[in-house]
Design a protein around this ligand. Structure first.
Ligand code: DHB
Length: 308
């Protein structure tokens, strides 16, 4: 079985979409619900709906993808209403709601609305959007992040996790983990895209916003994703679960994320390229690896990476 748990919630499968892919509207989210995925996360919602950046703003390459979407989304109320509807039609399932404000004030307004609503799922606060011109990735500023989480946990009592950008320095892993360990986080999600890469084809950039700079996903980013998952697995209180995201093309990639400590595995670029049938393929590939090794559950090997 590839069942898993995050906090007090159980999921039939450890795979789900990564925020931004197959989650813009009810039509896309329903396709994820009806796939082999264990759950979904919504597109990151802002207080007001947003059209996002000018197109083209997403481009697939052989080894992955580049995007600068700019947070196009249908607005907080749309996703909350749908999530509340799903609680009635799928009372046995738990879904994730991704959110971030365009300002600190907006982020608090959004989380207060979630707190006051009947939403019973898990909230993912996105601290790592690299694509809105003029707005830095919040989690690269740990002082701001600590203040934000301190203020949030003064009123927010529902299950909350954070989506993180990749870190690239051991001291930054130490410093970031020390901040996250001060809070009752349900999970952290490593990693968002590697921010602000540049893909060139035929002497030209391939996306329009920011003269071609955008977040990199796919095969390019697996080693960085695995390092972040494992670095935080070794540093965080065990009550803070880890969602592994980045470079999952196959069951073997997912197996590696779980070996590094991930309790749930998200699929972005591969889901965009292949569609929701990717969940069935990758789940079957992971199950075949587990069978061959004699592992019955993901807890049998989660975090058990071997060192030389
Ligand atoms: C977008 C990209 C991200 O990586 C993210 O975390 C949120 C939003 C975007 O461009 O829409």
């Amino acid at each position: 079985t590839t069942k898993t748990k995050i906090g007090d919630f159980e999921f039939e499968n450890c795979f789900m979409n990564a925020a931004g892919v197959y989650c813009y509207d009810k039509n896309e989210l329903e396709q994820v619900i009806n796939s082999q995925a264990g759950t979904f996360v919504t597109k990151t919602a802002t207080l007001q709906s947003r059209p996002g950046n000018p197109e083209p703003r997403y481009h697939d390459t052989n080894l992955g993808s580049i995007n600068s979407m700019g947070l196009p989304n249908l607005g907080f109320d749309y996703y909350l209403e749908y999530l509340l509807e799903l609680q009635k039609t799928h009372p046995d399932r738990t879904f994730f709601f991704s959110l971030v404000g365009m300002s600190t004030e907006d982020t608090h307004a959004l989380l207060k609305k979630v707190q006051e609503s009947d939403f019973k799922g898990i909230t993912e606060l996105n601290l790592s959007c690299p694509n809105v011109p003029g707005k830095p990735q919040i989690a690269y500023d740990l002082e701001t992040t600590e203040k934000l989480l301190t203020d949030i946990f003064s009123y927010f009592k529902k299950p909350l996790g954070v989506k993180l950008p990749p870190y690239f320095d051991i001291v930054h892993f130490d410093q970031a983990a020390a901040v996250f360990n001060k809070f009752p986080l349900t999970f952290i999600n490593c990693i968002n895209s590697i921010g602000n890469g540049l893909v060139i084809e035929d002497e030209s950039v391939v996306i329009k916003p920011k003269n071609g700079f955008g977040g990199i996903g796919g095969e390019y980013i697996k080693p960085t994703a695995l390092a972040n998952v494992h670095a935080f697995y070794k540093r965080l209180n065990p009550s803070i679960k880890i969602i592994g995201t980045g470079g999952v093309l196959t069951g073997q990639d997912a197996f590696e994320h779980i070996l590094c400590g991930a309790s749930m595995v998200q699929i972005g670029t591969t889901l965009h390229k292949e569609g929701p049938s990717a969940f069935e393929r990758i789940t079957n590939e992971l199950k075949a690896i587990m069978d061959k090794k004699g592992y019955k559950t993901i807890e049998d090997f989660r975090g058990k990476l071997k060192y030389l």
